[in-house]
Design a protein around this ligand. Sequence first.
Ligand SMILES: [Zn+2]
Length: 279
Amino acid sequence: MNEVTRISSLIRRITAPNPGPMTATGTHCYLVGNKQVAVIDPGPAVDTHIQNILDTCGDRLKWVVVTHTHPDHSPAAQALIAATGAEPIGQVMVDDGHQDTSFQVERNIDDGEWLECGEFRLQAIYTPGHVSNHVCYLLPEEGTLFAGDHLFGGGSVVIIPPSGDMKDYLTSLRRLLALEITTIAPAHGGLIRQPYEEIKKLIEHRLKRERKVIVALNQCGESSLETLLPVVYDDVDSSLHKIASYSLWAHLLKLEKDGVALKTIDRHWAFGEEHWVLV
Ligand SMILES: [Zn+2]
């Protein structure tokens, strides 16, 4: 069983036992509050992990909060709610084949809405991009942003269209720059202690890649995604090109929205067969 790590006077962390290339050491489940507890991103429905959360919170567990409904984030919610009567908080979306549909709410939480929890409060910050129902939660008492999969501590986030959207992602990253944040607590990887530097770095990283996409389209003319992939990702090991193809697709769709690129052959999301050209 993974240990309970105290992060601050209000925050504890239990990492779910689901380590892997996409989850790092596992999904971080954050417990906020001492008298009344909100669990943020309970994680996968693994019995020992659920028991660990219940042993730690007991009947002080009042809210089960999710940043989004990917299968490594929300499935443990159902058992925690059944055991404690805690209230589910988050947003649900139409299932695109990648969502945990066991997580349900009476009403999607709104952007900017406050969750009043007695000794602390959490504000919902709607951050679509990684997926369209993604919400971060700000704990102003400590300047901590629970970022789910909006940021990955020590890596970059996968954006898979159509539920993932690069244009939304960059807009959602820029939004964070206006908030007062001292620490970002992501669902995967370490705490981010220089939030603004990290956010700006991530935005610049994506824009740099976007510029490479434009240069590649300029060089290659009308091209398929397969043709563009090794040109745009010539600095990335080919073993990672499969996963990079999703990001390339997301970049092209953003350029289409921006009026920079155009799809000339559209085989309805069979993204390998689309052809693209600069406008
Ligand atoms: Zn996710």
